[in-house]
Design a protein around this ligand. Sequence first.
Ligand SMILES: Nc1ncnc2c1ncn2[C@@H]1O[C@H](COP(=O)(O)OP(=O)(O)O)[C@@H](O)[C@H]1O
Ligand SMILES: [Mg+2]
Length: 436
Amino acid sequence: MYQSLRSRLLLYYLIVMAAILSIFGTGVYVVFRRNLYNQLDKRLLTLAQSATPSFTAVRDRGSKYLNQVEEVPWRDIFNRDQQSLEWFDEKGKLLGRKGLIHLGVEPEVGTKIVQQPKTGEVFRTHTLSVFVRNNGQAGPPSLIGFIRATQSSAEIEAAEEQLFWILVVSGMLTLVLIGLGGFWLTLKAIEPIEASFLQLKQFTADASHELRSPLTAIKASVDIIRNHPERVHSKDVKKLEAIAGATLQMNQTLEDLLFLARADADSDVPVQARKLTPVSLNQILQNCFVLLEPFANDKKIVFQSKFRSEVKILGDPAHLSRLFSNLLENALQYTPEEGRVSLDLYRQNRFAIVSVRDTGIGIAPEQISRVFDRFWRANKARSRREGGTGLGLAISQAIAKRHGGKIIVTSELNIGSCFLVRIPILDTKRSVVTKV
Ligand SMILES: Nc1ncnc2c1ncn2[C@@H]1O[C@H](COP(=O)(O)OP(=O)(O)O)[C@@H](O)[C@H]1O
Ligand SMILES: [Mg+2]
């Protein structure tokens, strides 16, 4: 139980951490990427700007000028392997180029992303318009051409990819470390829960034990008085009966609680180590059936049993009787008159299956998981009138677990319920109980 609670805690913890890490990683990636492109765009803008003064010279003297003159400002920042500079006239016709990149597209003012159809390579360009002020004349300056600076995005893409993998790998590593930390953390977190749960169990055991002796005393005294009816005032007879009835019910509840406390105490003992003997399941079921037949007859319930095979298991006969009579009592109790209750036994691989099926009031789907809870009842008022303690199924489940088995419930409201008990069959060859 703690194990599953722990692994669930750890899982939630890891999910939360993974979510935080991926948000963080995505943020870093996006910001970093944007910065890289911003820097590139700025570099291209500066390059284009620094090439502007040379515009008229290139226009007038063509590419030859580009090869001759060394002292132009853009040469200092120009990277001939990765960038290119192009000069266009006002109609977009190429006047000169420096660099190896041939985009083959018309200049467009501003920052543009161009993909070369042949190679698929992506380039970033920045294009400036070049104007001249008309000497002495008023009016707007006139456009004389464009200058375009271009650089491939390949380098940035590589950096981007590298960053991506660094983030993924370091994220994974961090998650592994968080997992290790979480393993320890959940261990610590569970400790107090475990302790308080143990304390609660111990308290239940102690309290029911302590209440036992005074209750026994009350019961003995009531019995003595009831054995001498002549001493009882006629007006008190009913009260005395009420006391006797309440005492009996309290005693039953206490015994049930003590039983569960003991079951809790040895729930850590492995199935193989429990003191169980080979018993015939058919025999036990037959006894339960016979004992409850009169009750079924009183309610005019069709009560049937069918044992399809002879089954032996390792078990405690008294406990097994209790397990099955609890289920049968419930079936009879929660089935209205003229209903039907059937008890079946069959084998399924290495398991004995006992099914208790009724056509009773059923259990609502959202309540099915609660039926094994201690003191839980669907309808408290009615159940008390019918004498239940609400511990019956909790006890049945504890007994089934003690035998390495489990109980599976299916039910439909107003149609009926089915309780399946699955217990490993005694393996006569190896004389051990098969694992569940
Ligand atoms: N066969 C059944 N059909 C319908 N409801 C059932 C059946 N068995 C159990 N229940 C529901 O589960 C509750 C718990 O059962 P149990 O632990 O035996 O307590 P009790 O019978 O003392 O009330 C019952 O109060 C009832 O609401
Ligand atoms: Mg019951």
